[in-house]
Design a binder for this molecule. Structure first.
Ligand code: HBI
Length: 98
């Protein structure tokens, strides 16, 4: 993939306003969101759909799952911080819940 630019502070703040369910993490180098589902099966089905998006976009989450809880952190390793790829991925993940 081509070089990936980190978001500026201004871009980061602006995009975060568009992603109200996500929070800044790792001193601004990542965004995170926590999810809770009815049961493990629904949580894992969600993770499977996120995994397909990650593969399609070649952009992979850092995540944690225990039973019905999923925690997702997005950061761009290639940029050493937050990039537009993370924002777009977060919007795609949010769309799964709509
Ligand atoms: N996923 N979150 C994240 N960050 C990356 O920089 C990244 C990735 N998935 C694949 C990927 N980069 C490829 O472009 C290679 O750099 C591994």
């Amino acid at each position: 993939m081509g070089s990936v630019e980190q978001l500026t502070q201004e871009e980061r703040d602006s995009w975060l306003r568009a992603l109200p369910d996500w929070s800044l993490a790792r001193d601004g180098d990542a965004i995170e969101r926590k999810f809770e589902f009815d049961d493990f099966s629904k949580a894992f089905a969600f993770m499977t759909r996120v995994a397909m998006i990650a593969e399609t976009r070649d952009h992979h989450p850092e995540w944690f799952n225990v039973y019905n809880r999923v925690e997702i952190t997005l950061t761009t390793h290639d940029a050493g911080g937050l990039s537009l790829r993370d924002v777009k991925m977060a919007r795609k993940i949010d769309a799964l819940l709509a």
